[in-house]
Design a protein around this ligand. Structure first.
Ligand SMILES: *Cc1c(COP(=O)(O)O)cnc(C)c1O
Length: 510
């Protein structure tokens, strides 16, 4: 017993394992920085879409973890040899899929500093700078977007950094729900109805389920081609009216500025007018499109924002910031806090929990939170508003270039109007060919070249390809090259036997 105890003490005293030795860190971190800079330099040489098959990694790695330390060089070379082949390169200048994950030097440096402090700023005292910088940065961004004072700390509202749009919608929906249930009684939760369009992001249904909204009370209002797939206030009014007649209680409307399929923009002002007749909470999901509203020429997409209750947008999609970074502003922080406040004994201390300071843990799902505002602060200061605006404009200009190229080829058509940096296009209908099948094949073949990566959507029964400009490294010549790849593949397809593509009934003609 005694000798065992002495051994333990001895090993503690010697402490020959120091997981945070500053000089060791400096040495290895320099290697990582070199690795990253080399990756950024060469990323365009990799296939954009990873070409591996499911389960590829299991056979390449040992079944058990190492008992003894491995050299950092070995770890880095395994990343190069085994991990990179399984990466779909979102940073590649030839990445045109989904919505972009825009990044930057300043964003990365901010990320390093955020990680450096690893301060878990759940309340003010846990790191006063983390809370206070977040308040400053959220007000700065609100100013960049010309949001009304009612969304700012310098007014009566405020902003918070969430990780995702899903969490922003969840927190505001729960606040809206509790406000109404306090009035009508919790037993009526089954009467609450929420509204979006058939183009609202799929996260909305998930979030509504999390918030206890009865699945039959989640309205997905149909959009129409003549409204460019935006939500029509007249149709919304009719749907809500029908619910009210059934003694249901309208609760929450999710308006989208820049839908995921086609970047349709719902008319904020008119929709808010309808919703407010029924005392609904109105939220704007502007995850991608909202970023463009820092440019005066796109700010009109947010007209009417003064009538809504909350707004979220994600700088990790288009404002040169690393994931996960979603900004949420609300006019009603008190309602968020009423719903989400916790007050355990172990967090009570001077300025820890009091009305005079913001406790961001009461604005979000989790307790822990990273010092994310430092990342945005470094981006905003390093580039300034002007360069961020230039960045958005450059992407949109490149999208316009792509749009022109599509229009210049008679085999292709642009399917819905372009609003931001997304172009939705397809091979036109050809006699004897199945349009959808042709376009599916085109996408499959284009992506399998590894030279570019784009994705598709189906809307109004029409299958179309989506081409989004937004990867930070993309330059105009990448866009032109991408178009050449697409055209080349299409040309080889059209000379093939029409019968091969004509066997299935043609869908989605317009
Ligand atoms: C990307 C996107 C989302 C995704 O939300 P997360 O929860 O952040 O992944 C939601 N809405 C829109 C309009 C989007 O473009």
């Amino acid at each position: 017993m005694g000798s065992h105890f002495t051994n333990v003490l001895e090993s503690l005293e010697s402490k020959d394992f120091n997981p945070l030795d500053p000089e060791d860190f400096r040495h290895k971190a320099h290697k990582v920085v070199d690795f990253i800079a080399d990756y950024y330099k060469t990323v365009q040489t990799y296939p954009v879409l990873s070409q591996v098959h499911p389960g590829y990694l299991k056979n390449r790695l040992p079944d058990t973890p190492p008992d003894t330390p491995e050299s950092f060089d070995t770890i880095l070379s395994d990343i190069q040899n085994h991990i990179i082949p399984g990466i779909t390169h979102w940073l590649s200048p030839n990445f045109f899929a989904y919505f972009p994950a825009s990044v930057s030097s300043a964003g990365f440096l901010g990320e390093m500093l955020c990680t450096c402090f690893n301060s878990v700023g759940f309340n003010w005292v846990a790191s006063p700078a983390a809370t206070e910088l977040e308040m400053v940065v959220m007000d700065w961004l609100a100013i960049m977007l010309h949001l009304p004072k009612s969304f700012m700390f310098s007014g009566s509202g405020g902003g918070v950094l969430q990780s995702t749009t899903s969490e922003s919608v969840l927190c505001t929906l729960v606040a809206a729900r509790d406000r109404v249930l306090n009035e009508i009684g919790i037993e009526h939760i089954g009467k609450l109805v929420v509204y979006g369009s058939d183009q609202t992001h799929s996260m909305f249904k998930k979030v509504c389920k999390l918030a206890g909204i009865h699945p039959v009370n989640i309205r997905s209002v149909s959009t129409r081609v003549e409204d460019d797939f935006s939500l029509s206030p007249d149709i919304l009014q009719k749907v809500v009216e029908a619910d009210v007649e059934q003694a249901l209680v309208p609760l929450y409307l999710c308006v989208t500025v820049g839908t995921t399929s086609t970047t349709a923009v719902d008319p904020v002002k008119h929709l808010a007018d309808v919703a407010k007749r029924y005392n609904m909470w109105v939220h704007i999901d502007a995850a991608y499109g909202g970023n463009a509203c820092i440019c005066p020429e796109y700010r009109h997409f947010l007209d009417g924002v003064e009538k809504v209750d909350s707004l979220s947008l994600s700088p990790h999609k288009w404002l040169l910031s690393y994931a996960e970074c979603c900004c949420l502003w609300t006019k009603n922080p008190d309602l968020l806090v009423d719903s989400l406040r916790t007050n355990p004994e172990y967090l009570r201390n001077e300025h820890g929990e009091s009305d005079s300071v913001v406790s961001y843990k009461d604005w979000q799902v989790g307790l822990s939170r990273r010092f994310k505002s430092i990342r945005l602060w470094v981006v905003l200061r390093s580039y300034g508003v002007e360069n961020l605006q230039n960045h958005i404009r450059a992407d949109i200009r490149m999208a316009i270039t792509f749009e022109r190229l599509v229009r210049s080829d008679v085999k292709f058509e642009v399917v819905v109007p372009r609003r931001f940096s997304l172009v939705c296009f397809r091979l036109k209908q050809l006699n004897g060919f199945d349009t959808e099948l042709m376009n599916r094949k085109l996408l499959e073949r284009v992506n399998s070249t590894g030279r570019v990566y784009l994705t598709h959507t189906v809307i109004g029964g029409i299958y179309m390809l989506r081409f989004v400009v937004g990867a930070t490294l993309t330059e105009e010549w990448h866009v032109i090259k991408a178009w050449e790849v697409i055209k080349e593949v299409a040309n080889t397809m059209v000379i093939e036997d029409p019968a091969k593509y004509g066997s299935v009934k043609t869908k989605g003609q317009i």
